[in-house]
Design a protein around this ligand. Sequence first.
Ligand SMILES: Nc1ncnc2c1ncn2[C@@H]1O[C@H](COP(=O)(O)OP(=O)(O)O)[C@@H](O)[C@H]1O
Ligand SMILES: N[C@@H](CCC(=O)OP(=O)(O)O)C(=O)O
Length: 372
Amino acid sequence: MNQNKTVDTHNWKRIVIKVGSALIAPNKNGCSSHYLLGIAQFIVRCRSKGVEVVLVSSGSVAAGAHLFDSSSDNIAVKKAMAAAGQTEMMATWDRLFDFPSAQILLTHADLRNRDRYISIRNTIFELLKCGVLPIVNENDTVTTDKLKVGDNDNLSAMVAAAANADALIICSDIDGLYDKNPHEHDDARLLSWVSHIDDEIYAMAGGTNSDVGTGGMKTKIQAAEKAVSHGINTFIVNGFTELTFNMLLDGKNPGTHFQPYAQPLGEELHWITHTSNAQGEVVVEDDFDAALQHESGQLTSREVVAVEGDFSIGDTILVRKKDGTPLAKAQTNYGSCLLNYLADQDKSAPAQANLQNTGAIISEKTIAILEE
Ligand SMILES: Nc1ncnc2c1ncn2[C@@H]1O[C@H](COP(=O)(O)OP(=O)(O)O)[C@@H](O)[C@H]1O
Ligand SMILES: N[C@@H](CCC(=O)OP(=O)(O)O)C(=O)O
């Protein structure tokens, strides 16, 4: 691994900054502007250089905790903390800027739906065009396990991709990624530069040790993986110290820098691979992959062995072999009900199965082939 300390920041036109809960409400005792001041100054200086900024701010649960029984693990209480803490957090950020900011609250259900995703993108672009700072968080009040992203590291990467950002800066309570959790190992070493994210990198990343953080380093690596495949320079940095931001402004790497892909995935392919998740599965014969990858890139009901889950037109599905091997993620042109019907028709009365070729279940343009 290279130890690369310089960063070519001059070409950055747009960045996403993610701020962790420990920086917003370090003691779970309401919001504190102590650490936010340095981050706000960094945002102001970026904007004055013509760099557009989107902020992804965690901390609503931590900020609202002091109003409730903070020892409670009850989900409804956590959601109440988030709802109350969100206004306090937005007010704290707003006080630090002399330009307008805008609140965007999202769930994964919004991001994985293509139309809603486009609407989110367009809103972000419009806010940036008018000089308004978008401040994004997960809409914790309405989420359920099935609907949520669950951590703001992954959310920030999805937002960075949606915003077409040049860089994602994840501000945490630690200097970057170490080869093991430094809170548990005295001999842990900081990695300045990661050129490729693989199992070895994931093995270094542990969970959180803090009362307020979600996901620890693992979700930050997942976020980095999403972002670099979109061509986004990704950093994990220590948000507690102003030196971090001075270094970034000087084109120096203050933490861990993840190298972006030289040839990023196309916009729609990236979305289907890294933002959308499969709502159901279409099972095909074990010898199907060659056809999918090398022939028409299309799948018809004739090839379908089974349909699993409940999905609608436009949803993302997983195409997999009978033996379980995942082949592709794709947007479906059929809902699961009709697809089940078509697949049954093909099996029970092949001669009359005139519906079988009514159209491709998935179309070439919306397929992400998965590596075996
Ligand atoms: N290999 C590692 N390198 C650095 N930190 C690690 C590592 N493994 C686990 N961690 C933990 O991840 C924490 C940062 O994640 P988290 O608590 O979720 O913060 P945030 O609120 O900024 O998202 C660190 O404080 C540390 O306890
Ligand atoms: N939506 C949650 C975000 C939780 C979260 O991901 O926290 P963190 O690990 O500190 O970024 C909140 O605002 O509390």
